[in-house]
Every structure is written in structure tokens, then in C-alpha cells.
Design a protein around this ligand. Structure first.
Ligand code: ARG
Length: 463
């Protein structure tokens, strides 16, 4: 059989071979094969309902779609050089196998509504997979937070030691950041759950296809309310990509902390060998490559998200071939973000945190706020108290003294309001205990936060 394009009728000249290569998308959209087969299956049934296919033809179509699915699973699907994309490849193969009945499958359908339907099905799966991966990471951070209820470390702002915090508090910050990403995924899922099929090229199919039936068959919640929107929009795709990119960026920040923590200078953490690599030259090296790649790969996703937004900007309605490029970015973002979430969860579960070292690293200056608060509680306006303690810290710099090495008399030289109990204020435990405000790093507040986090995960397993 002489091969011709699906759209060959109107054309008298062949496509330039370089143009053929330039315009193909099969090399990347073939991962949609299973979704495209599913869409064809549902669509064939819908066509039979309106008399395009006889019952016998439908059976043949369904059997052959099954056959094609097996070919894909076995890796034996016979691609042809002229297959432009996964949709044309499957339609071509179906037509070959059904002695022509397959030639009716595209009745009232366009690749414009077809491709978006396939991609939405793909995104729905990947959205769920990401939700599960995020939950695993949250579970691991919660479990670790529970084992580090009493571990203290310096909290940083500007990468300068700021105030002491509990390690559990730090780890829960990841839990809560991810819980917002999880919510975003759930919200995005609602928008992914709208079926474009039946929109045709742009104006809606002219055949009375039962769209509700199609949606049920394909597991979509609703049918799209506007065909021009359905074939043009990529906002839910960009939204999903944005959520994944935000997760990549969030993980990159924690990766950065852990990389620092694993340095000799910090010594807060030792990564498992399973997530580190050595140096080809320096025998002593153990490098945090897993975390560096999580950080490095986030950069790629920022670029890809920008590419998606740029792709949409300035596109006239409705479909334009530019939109084929959305998948290049989307697939790469998914393939980049999902493993990062899974690897980070494993890094968390297998790293060793060095409690003693973390505690020793806390500089007494991190209690300076508490010292100012002490005076504030004695009635000194905070700004004045801040200045008194600021002077004290400055003098420490000159004399080499520390806040915790002042005698009461020396304190009194700065303010007569300092009394014996000031020395009790200059401990990490005291500092933490003053921060039991909701959301604070005080042990009781953290305990509440742990419970709240636990409940969120529990509700899910029950619900
Ligand atoms: N491979 C194309 C894509 O991914 C399919 C749509 C082609 N539609 C068209 N009108 N040329 O967008």
C-alpha cells in the first residue's frame, strides 16, 4: 500500500524530508500510546452508537486496538517513517489491521481535541503519582521530625545564625511547604478532569457524539464547555508544570541546606552512601550528588516552565502547531520533578543527623533576642532594650567575651534592671520554651504541629 499522509488529499507535492523530521513529534509523544489507544477505544464505541461503525466493525476495531496495545507493550509496534505523531501512527496501524474500517475512526474528530484529551489523561495519572510521592516525602519528614523532638540547631536568616530552633520544627517546615503543593495538585486535578474530546478542530464535532458517554468511558468528570477553549488552552498544563516546578524549587532549597550541613564546616549531617558519590581522583571525598542534582535539575524546570508560558503568549486562537512543543516541556518537567521527590524522600530517610554537633554549633549570640526580651519584660521599650543588648554584643566582639560568660555585675553595668534570673534566660531550652506560640519552635507548639501533621496524613489513609 502506498503510504500517504492522513491529510494527503489536498496536497500534490511531497513534504520535504527535512520538514518531515522537523515537524514530527512521534519521538516524544509516543509515550502517550496507551492513552491514545484508550481514547480510540472510547471514541469507536461512541461512533458505533451513532451508526458510523456497525457492531461487527466495532468489535474488529476494539480487537485490533487491543492488538496494537500489545504491540506497544512488547515493543514491536511497526512504526513507519512517515508517522508524524502517535495519533497518526495508531490510526494508520488500525486502518491497516481492519481492512479500512479504521479509516472511519477520525469521523468528527481532530488531532486538536484528541491530543489534548491524551495529554490530560497523562497529566491526571502523573498528578496522582506526584501526590503519592509528595505524601511519602511528607511522611518521611514527619517521621524524622518525631525522632528529633529534642534535637536543637541554630536557625539561620541571611545564612547568619539567628535563633535556636528544634530540628523537628525545621523538618516540619518541609512538611507544611509540601502540604500546600499537595493542595495545589488536588485543585489542579479538578481542572485536568474536563474532557476536550468532541470539540473537533475548534468548532465542535458536527456528528452527534455522546460526549457524556465518552467522558464516562475515559474517566473524565465533565465535558469541556467551549470547543475553542478546549483545543487552545494550555493553562491547566502550565499550572501542573508550575506546581511541579515549585516543588522542584522547594526541594532545591532544602537540598541546599543539607549540602551545607554535610560539609566539614557544619558537620550537622552525614548522607547515606547510597545517595552520595566519590571522587575519581580524591580518595577521601564523599559528595552529596543526589542533593546537588535535585538542586541542579530544578534549574531546568524553571527554564521549561518559562518556555511553556512563552509558547502560549501571543498565540492566536485556536490551535497552532506551536502547541505541539508543549509536550517537550511537560514531559521533561514531569520526568525531572518526580524522581527528585522520590530521591529526596529517600535521602531524608537515610541521612544521619548529628545532634551533638548541631547543639555545639549554636552561638550564644543567638540568645541576644531573648536578652532584649528580658529587659522588655522589665518594662524597657523593646527598641531601647535592643540597643542595650546591641552594645553588649558589640563589646563582646571587642573583648572576645560571649553572652553567656558575663557575670551579673557585668550585666548590671549595661542596665540596672538585669537581675540574677537573667542567667537562666541565656539557655537554649529557655529560649525555646518562650516560643510555644502557635506555629513557634517551642516544644509544645512543635508537639501540636506534629499532631496536626499526623492527622492530615491519617485522614487520608482513613478517607
Ligand atoms: N502532534 C500534534 C500536537 O501535538 C497533533 C496536532 C496536529 N494538529 C494539527 N492541526 N496539525 O499538537
Amino acid at each position: 500500500m502506498k503510504k500517504s499522509k492522513l491529510w494527503g488529499g489536498r496536497f500534490s507535492q511531497k513534504t520535504d524530508p527535512e520538514m518531515e523530521i522537523f515537524s514530527e513529534s512521534l519521538s516524544f509523544d509516543k509515550i502517550l500510546a496507551a492513552y491514545d489507544i484508550g481514547v480510540n477505544r472510547a471514541y469507536a464505541k461512541a461512533l458505533q452508537k451513532i451508526g458510523i461503525f456497525t457492531r461487527k466493525e466495532l468489535d474488529r476495531i476494539l480487537n485490533n486496538l487491543e492488538h496494537i496495545a500489545i504491540e506497544f507493550q512488547a515493543g514491536t509496534f511497526p512504526f513507519e517513517p512517515g508517522d508524524e505523531d502517535i495519533h497518526t501512527a495508531i490510526e494508520r496501524r488500525l486502518t491497516e489491521l481492519t481492512d479500512g474500517a479504521g479509516a472511519k475512526i477520525h469521523t468528527g474528530r481532530s488531532r486538536n481535541d484528541q491530543v489534548m484529551t491524551d495529554v490530560l489523561l497523562y497529566m491526571k495519572d502523573k498528578n496522582r503519582e506526584t501526590q503519592a510521592a509528595v505524601r511519602t516525602l511528607q511522611k518521611n519528614s514527619l517521621a524524622l521530625a518525631k525522632t528529633h523532638r529534642n534535637t536543637v540547631l541554630p536557625g539561620y536568616t541571611h545564612l547568619q545564625q539567628a535563633q535556636p530552633i528544634l530540628l523537628s520544627h525545621y523538618l516540619l517546615s518541609l512538611f507544611w511547604m509540601l502540604s500546600r503543593s499537595f493542595q495545589r495538585l488536588e485543585e489542579n486535578f479538578v481542572r485536568l478532569n474536563v474532557m476536550p474530546l468532541g470539540s473537533g478542530a475548534l468548532a465542535g464535532s458536527a456528528f452527534p457524539i455522546d460526549r457524556k458517554f465518552l467522558a464516562r468511558e475515559l474517566g473524565f468528570e465533565r465535558v469541556s464547555p467551549n470547543s475553542a477553549d478546549a483545543v487552545s488552552h494550555r493553562d491547566v498544563l502550565t499550572e501542573f508544570s508550575g506546581i511541579l516546578t515549585q516543588i522542584s524549587v522547594t526541594l532545591s532549597r532544602y537540598a541546599e541546606d543539607f549540602i551545607l550541613w554535610s560539609t566539614q564546616a557544619f558537620g550537622f549531617l552525614t548522607l547515606s552512601d547510597a545517595y552520595s558519590t566519590g571522587s575519581s581522583m580524591m580518595p577521601q571525598k564523599k559528595n552529596p550528588d543526589s542533593l546537588e542534582l535535585i538542586r541542579g535539575k530544578a534549574a531546568g524546570n524553571i527554564g521549561r516552565l518559562t518556555a511553556l508560558l512563552s509558547l502560549e503568549k501571543g498565540l492566536p486562537l485556536t490551535y497552532n502547531r506551536d502547541l505541539q512543543e508543549d509536550k517537550v516541556q511537560l514531559f521533561a518537567i514531569v520526568n525531572n520533578a518526580l524522581p527528585a521527590i522520590k530521591i529526596f524522600a529517600q535521602v531524608l530517610a537515610t541521612s544521619r543527623f548529628h545532634k551533638k554537633r548541631m547543639k555545639e554549633a549554636i552561638h550564644p549570640f543567638t540568645l541576644a533576642t531573648d536578652l532584649a526580651d528580658y529587659l522588655t519584660e522589665k518594662g524597657v521599650p523593646f527598641r531601647e532594650a535592643h540597643a542595650v543588648v546591641g552594645k553588649l554584643v558589640r563589646d563582646c566582639g571587642d573583648t572576645g567575651k560571649n553572652l553567656n560568660s558575663f557575670s551579673l555585675d557585668e550585666f548590671k553595668a549595661y542596665s540596672p534592671l538585669f537581675e540574677k534570673d537573667v542567667l537562666d534566660w541565656l539557655t537554649i531550652e529557655h529560649s525555646l520554651s518562650r516560643r510555644n506560640i502557635a506555629g513557634g519552635t517551642g516544644p509544645e507548639a512543635v508537639e501540636n504541629s506534629l499532631k496536626e501533621a499526623e492527622n492530615i496524613l491519617k485522614q487520608e489513609t482513613n478517607g
